[in-house]
Ligand binder design. Structure first.
Ligand SMILES: Cc1cc2nc3c(=O)[nH]c(=O)nc-3n(C[C@H](O)[C@H](O)[C@H](O)COP(=O)(O)OP(=O)(O)OC[C@H]3O[C@@H](n4cnc5c(N)ncnc54)[C@H](O)[C@@H]3O)c2cc1C
Length: 308
């Protein structure tokens, strides 16, 4: 399929990607709503404790730090337009995720000194907060078709008249729970997709503040494929996936790569490393596994945001 322009391509990509993502996200939602969540796992079992206080609809604006001891002593948050301060007896645990945690630390004065000074934030500690952003970058461009009509259809998965779905919806039990084995029988499908993922990327991105204001979202610079080794590793993953498509088993189903030739990559010889580098820069995206932006390390570790 040749796509004439970038707009058409992006629209097509969105459609393909949404289609590919729909199935796993459906199942994920099932897991999240019925099998587990932070609320169910951590709060339900201890909801009767008198030393646990939870405040909802509250936005933390900064971590309070004692300027003499340089220790975190509490947090300031806004609830119902009111600014409230709470103080800790022992310690403050900051767990606002890999994007908001560094934002809060920087707003509290812990971060790259120049960056904070530029935004008018008093520097309490010069530290590489927001640096070292790591993610599981994933290539979404490897879908193969097969000629055998032995696969499951999306409708089968969600059709409430199927016993495994009704059993799950009514009784919260049945085959859907045992996804490892029970879905195996659907594994011979009309198509299959491999998602090569960089599990240990060398590239590092960063989170930076755009304003001295918790309500202004920080900038995310993922810097994917900045390190050439990441490009090489991803291409190696693609070639492994292609070789799987060539196996006797896959060929028995006339397995063929859904060869979408991206206009942006037309200048490169198809299947050359340069072509795949172009393709991965076009069609890779996040798995939302951000981490590393407030790295704890021993004192003396220049990449550590705080001491562990
Ligand atoms: C679409 C998607 C799918 C994923 N799928 C998987 C998966 O299948 N398996 C897996 O292992 N991981 C998955 N992940 C990754 C996983 O969700 C994260 O790694 C994990 O949730 C990170 O946990 P955390 O506690 O560090 O941060 P979060 O879960 O992001 O929690 C941070 C919390 O802090 C709150 N917060 C932030 N700022 C403030 C503030 N200023 N004041 C008050 N509260 C604040 C946020 O509202 C949030 O509740 C997925 C992520 C996404 C987005």
């Amino acid at each position: 399929m040749f796509l004439e322009n970038r707009g058409t391509y992006l629209e097509c990509y969105e459609n393909i990607r949404n289609l590919l993502l729909r199935y796993p996200l459906n199942i994920l939602s099932i897991y999240l709503c019925c099998m587990g969540s932070s609320n169910r796992a951590y709060l339900h079992p201890v909801h009767g404790r008198t030393n646990l206080h939870l405040t909802r609809k509250s936005t933390v604006t900064k971590v309070l730090i004692d300027r003499i001891t340089n220790r975190a002593i509490g947090v300031e948050f806004v609830k119902n337009k009111q600014t409230i301060r709470v103080f800790a007896k022992n310690e403050v645990i900051l767990c606002a995720g890999a994007i908001r945690s560094p934002q809060l630390l920087m707003l509290s004065g812990i971060g790259p000194a120049k960056h904070l000074t530029d935004l008018g934030i008093n520097v309490i500690r010069d530290a590489p907060v927001g640096e070292n952003l790591i993610d599981h970058i994933t290539f979404f461009g490897l879908t193969f078709t097969t000629n055998a009509a032995v696969g499951y259809q999306l409708f089968d998965l969600i059709n409430p008249f199927n016993s495994h779905i009704s059993d799950f919806l009514i009784n919260r039990m049945g085959k859907v729970y045992d996804s490892g084995r029970e879905w195996d029988k659907y594994s011979l499908t009309n198509g299959w997709t491999v998602l090569p993922i960089l599990l240990k990327p060398k590239s590092r991105g960063r989170i930076t503040l755009l304003a001295n204001d918790v309500n202004v979202k920080p900038e995310i610079v993922p810097n994917y494929f900045d390190d050439p080794d990441d490009v090489r590793t991803m291409i190696a993953g693609i070639r492994t996936a292609l070789s799987i498509g060539q196996t006797k088993t896959m060929q028995a189903f006339d397995s063929k790569l859904l060869n979408i030739t991206y206009t942006e990559c037309n200048n490169y010889e198809y299947d050359s490393d340069a072509y795949w580098e172009c393709a991965i820069r076009m069609l890779s995206t996040t798995l939302y596994h951000y981490c590393g932006t407030c790295k704890m390390g021993p004192s003396g570790d220049p990449t550590g945001s705080s001491e562990n």
